[in-house]
Design a protein around this ligand. Sequence first.
Ligand code: TRP
Ligand code: SF4
Length: 327
Amino acid sequence: MARKRLVSGMRTTGSLHLGHLLGTLENWVRLQDEFDCFFFAAVWHAFTDRLKIDDLPSVIEEMVIDWLSVGLDPAKAVIFRQSSLWQHAELSTILGMYTPLGWLERCPTFKDEVRDDETRAQVSLGKLVYPVLMTADVAVYKAEVVPVGRDQLPHLELAREILRRFNAQIAPIFPEPKEMLSEVPLLLGIDNRKMSKSYGNAIELRETPDTLKQKIHLMITDPQRVRRHDPGRPEVCTVYAWHRIFTPDRLDEIAQGCRTAGIGCRDCKAILFERLEHRLAPIRERRLALEKQPGLVRDVLAAGERRAHEVAEATMVEVRRALGFLA
Ligand code: TRP
Ligand code: SF4
C-alpha cells in the first residue's frame, strides 16, 4: 500500500535547540519510516516578522546539517527549501482568492498580535496571509498528514476550510490535511522563560561539552538554597523541571535529595549535564562527520528540490487546468 503523504516545515530563524529536538525533530525522524515525507525550510515564513535575515544561506545550511545530524535521512525524506519552489507562491496567490479576509483577521495567531492601530501599521501583509502560504505548502503536495505543534492548530483548521472551498468551487483536487499533534513536554529556557534563541536562554544542538556545562551552571535553581545545607524545593527549580524530562528514572531520588539537602545543586546539575551530553554527543559526532563532506547540503537540497518540483508541478498543472489557465 502506498504510504500517506506528509508535509512539514520549519522556519529559518536561527540555530536549533533542544526544544526543536523534543518538539519536532525526533518526531520527524520517526515519521520518515512510516510516511512519504516532505520536510522543508520555511524560508518565506521566516520573513513574516523580520525584514532581513543575515547570511541566510548559512542559516539554511546549518539548519539542514542539524536535521541530518539528528537522523533525518535524504534517502527516506524529501528535504528542500520553500523558496526554491515557486509553486508554493503560485498556489498561495490562488488560494488567497478563496480566503475571506475575516478568516485571516480572526485567526488567533494574527488577532492576538494585532490589537491596536500602532501594531497594524507595523505588521506585514505577509503575516496576515501566513496561513494561506502554509495551506499552499501542504496542498501543493496533496499532503494528508501535517505534524505540527499545538500553536499551529488554527492554521491547520484554516487550511482545511480554504481547501474545502476551493474543492467545492473549482475541482476536488486537494485532500483535507489532518494535523498530527506531537505532545511534547514544555521545555523552558535556562532562565525559566520560553526557550528562544533571541533570549539567549536556549541549549542548542551545537553546544560543546564546555558550553553545555556553562549553560547548566547558569540555570536558575531554588533561590532559597543559598548554602549547601539549605533544603530546596524542586517544584520551583528549573534544573528539576529539566530532570522531569531527561531523568525520569531518578526523579524521586533527586527530589528527595533536594528537599533534605542530601544532594547539592552542583551534584544535581552534574546529573543533568550527563543526561544532556548523552543526548547531544551522538548528534555532535554525526554533525562533525557530515561537515567533512563538502557540498553535502547543496546536493541534498538539489535532489530534494528536483523531487519536490515534480510533485508540486504536477499538482499545479491540475490547478491551472481546472481554473482555465491552460487551454
Ligand atoms: N508555521 C509553521 C511553524 O511555525 C512552519 C510551517 C510553514 C509549516 N509551513 C508549514 C508547518 C507547512 C507545517 C506545514 O511551526
Ligand atoms: Fe534545583 Fe537540584 Fe538544586 Fe534542588 S538540588 S534546587 S532540584 S538544582
